[in-house]
Design a protein around this ligand. Sequence first.
Ligand code: G6P
Length: 490
Amino acid sequence: MPSGQYDFVVVANRLPVDKVGTTDDGEPLYETSPGGLVTALAPVMRSQHGAWVGWAGAPDESGDAFDSDGMHLVPVELSGQDVEDYYEGMSNGTLWPLFHDVIAAPEYHRHWWDAYVRVNRRFAEAAAAQADSGATVWVQDYQLLLVPAMLREQRPDLRIGFFNHIPFPGYEIFSQLPWRRQVIEGVLGSDLVGFQRRSDATNFLRACRRAAGATTRGSSVHVGHGGEGDGHRAVRAAAFPISIDARSFEELASDSAVVARAAEVRKELGDPDLVLLGVDRLDYTKGIRHRLSIFKELIEDGALGDKQVVLVQVASPSRERVKAYSDLRDEVELIVGRLNGDHGTVGWQPVHYLHQSFPRNEMAALYLAADVMLVTALRDGMNLVAKEYVAARHDDDGVLVLSEFAGAADELAQAVLVNPHDIDGTKAAITRAASMSREERRRRMRALRRRVKEHDVERWAQEFLGSLQGRVGARDGGSGIESGSGERER
Ligand code: G6P
């Protein structure tokens, strides 16, 4: 296979921009794609001048590579059937719920799997065509678990990294997957596999032993049977917690127009005493239903005293053709409607529900306007909203209530940590956050901000790529990760 011209290639299901239509002059119209992956990787790509291989977000969208915002973007075409079977089906009807601890029931369909294999091959071929000889290729997330091995088969000269943005489940759950061995062998085409939390890396190493009969030692998986140079390789699996471009977010939130907008938001909400905020993709992993039920109880119990309280819930549209998502939307909207119907008055409502996506500056204003940020996901790889809230609070104010089931909880220990399944515990945490002294809020927020600013997305990329290219060690330390072999179970 002839090589391309890029030294650095990112392969992700989505391009950082989605094609949303065409202008009157027939020019394509793009919008930033949703989700944490794009939020994190776009600034890294701009600094690396690499190529980004991905889907433009609409079916049957072909087209030539183009440059946008300092990035070279290479679209991969998906037919309507591919979108149904590979994206909505295998990626978001099987792997997403399975990897998020079966919060929704995963479905297993052989035709979804066939499409997944076919589309992964297409991504691998597109990446191989862009990569120069000896280039670094960084494959992203659960939609492309087979790409590393497919790429290695075509281009053994490449250095291949894989990053799993979502949790990696315990083996008792992962082993449900009928294609568990193929998935593990796919990922093991990489030289380095990155996860959000150490527990994800540990779960993966165990799956390598159990599903693929591999031998592991510390954070290394041994692949192949012969000795060195005889097709034998060591693949490392370690935690590299992802982050955001904290400095640019802080700068944005410090802009006087954004600060003024934050004050205006509070006014538009009716100058309440307390503003609670939730910001999520409308996804069942985010715990939005639980949060609304908890808020309802808080209002009904009068636990927040005679304060006038408002919950702003931004729920950006996501995967709307997948049934679990359209069902969730119906349920959430029913709960919000009832809550406002039962507890609102003319001119005032307790929940402001926004089924929309907003530009970054409006998000920054919302973060500044919120007294308490509720990140109460049932399961989440990292949750970059938590980090954005912290980066935005240049006033060292605001309280973050954070689920211990979000990867961010490993790093953000000064947040008020909650188990969102524990209704009374979460209610008590919100009540505590709402009445916390200015001094304690400042102390916690300062510590959170130090962490987020020191461990920003640039550092994340540097540590992962440095480790992939053999320059620096990852923070796995080897300890806490079991070693073993010969556990294969079929
Ligand atoms: C999460 C996933 C990403 C995904 C994003 C948006 O952050 O880890 O891989 O791109 O959600 O979801 P979508 O299905 O719209 O790409």
